[in-house]
Design a protein around this ligand. Structure first.
Ligand code: NDP
Ligand code: GDR
Length: 322
């Protein structure tokens, strides 16, 4: 472990953001370590191409002892806490597990850093979901939280713990990231679900896409841009909260319309609403003001909505062709 390179530990390294972040840090000369929980099936699909270059360690966010031991051993310069039960609908079905992993798990990470490696800089993955149906739009760092799901409650808990440990002297930044997507997005999230379905419709394997709330509006960005923002926050002089967003929102309906247009099909012919996919509580619209990140970190999104839809659909069409 005495490579002389700076060392980073990523929880959630097998997820969408973890995989892009690992690539970015490796490219910048970091020694990259990841916390991976035991799985009976293959969870390494997104990082298989990185396996010779990264070091994986078995552990779990809900198991403080595994965090104490790993963080004490590695004493990384930076720790990115991206691990979470990150599905909002799943959090209604499993509220307690979500609180344990997404909320208490973050507190476990912070406490392990305080006890074992207080010089480590920590990134906490906060979410626009914490704003809920906010009275203020666009949402910024000072907008009050109003969580509308167990997932959002857990993220608020983690965010408040991040602020608490920051006040106690740890270097803890907390990104408040709005939805960011890519071909590596989990298949249950709406953008990837639509992109996959559009490719299947194009191949004649599926007739319609079944969706829930079509009028929900979200501020969708390109995931690789968002991991750039995480790294920039960690390199800054002062730990704080930063909103990361494009500043433009679109509806689920618009996403599906644009995706279907790429294969010459119409929304009317191909989309059905399945009431079972409508959540017990949903947020009508979220749109962020990333002015602070722009001014202090020089961060800007590089991919607009049309570009995002096209990249996701093309990736699925290419997969089909492969
Ligand atoms: P993913 O759902 O793709 O990845 C979640 C990761 O957490 C996976 O690596 C998963 O491992 C890991 N994980 C889950 N439970 C545990 C546990 N008990 N112990 C250790 N690891 C665990 O999420 P994203 O990459 O999309 O998001 C990264 C983070 O950013 C998450 O915290 C998410 O809530 C947050 N976020 C995401 C946004 C987005 O638009 N993508 C926006 C705002 C916040 P496994 O592979 O084993 O399941
Ligand atoms: P979100 O993402 O809940 O914002 O959480 P998701 O893509 O699941 O939903 C976005 C919006 O689309 C509506 N919707 C559907 N959603 C899904 N998943 N499936 C459907 O069929 C469907 N039809 C309509 C939803 O109701 C919602 O309004 C993501 C996660 O990455 C979180 O971890 C992260 O914190 C937030 O983004 C910001």
């Amino acid at each position: 472990m005495a490579s002389g390179q700076p060392r980073a530990l990523i929880t959630g390294i097998t997820g969408q953001d973890g995989s892009y972040l690992a690539e970015l840090l490796l490219g910048q000369g970091w020694e990259v370590h990841g916390l991976v929980r035991r799985s009976s099936s293959d969870a390494l699909g997104r990082i298989r191409h990185l396996l010779p270059s990264i070091q994986l360690h078995s552990g779990d966010l809900t198991d403080l002892s595994s965090l104490l031991s790993l963080i004490g051993r590695l004493r990384p310069e930076q720790l990115y806490n991206l691990g979470a039960q990150s599905s909002v609908p799943q959090s209604f079905a499993q509220p307690l597990a979500t609180l344990q992993i997404t909320g208490l798990g973050a507190a476990n990470v912070l406490e392990a850093v305080r006890l074992m490696s207080p010089e480590t800089r920590v990134y906490q993955a906060g979410s626009s979901e914490m704003f809920g149906n906010a009275l203020e739009s666009p949402q910024r760092e000072t907008t009050p939280f109003s969580p509308a799901s167990p997932y959002a409650v857990a993220k608020v808990q983690a965010q408040l713990m991040a602020r608490h440990y920051r006040e106690r002297g740890l270097f803890v930044v907390a990104g408040i990231l709005f939805n960011h997507e890519s071909p590596r997005r989990g298949e249950e999230f709406v953008t990837r679900k639509i992109a996959r379905a559009v490719a299947r419709i194009h191949r004649g394997e599926q007739a319609v896409i079944e969706l829930g709330n079509l009028e929900a509006r979200r501020d969708w960005g390109w995931a690789p841009d968002y991991v750039e923002a995480m790294v920039a926050m960690m390199a800054g002089p002062t730990p704080k909260d930063y909103v990361v967003a494009t500043g433009i929102d679109h509806s689920v309906r618009e996403f599906a319309e644009q995706a279907l247009a790429l294969i010459g099909r119409s929304f009317h012919d191909c989309v059905r609403v399945d009431p079972r996919l409508i959540r017990p509580a949903d947020i009508a619209a979220l749109v962020g003001d990333a002015g602070l990140a722009r001014r202090e970190l020089g961060w800007r999104p590089t991919v607009d909505f049309a570009g995002l839809v096209e990249r996701m659909v093309r990736a699925e069409l290419d997969l089909c062709a492969a």
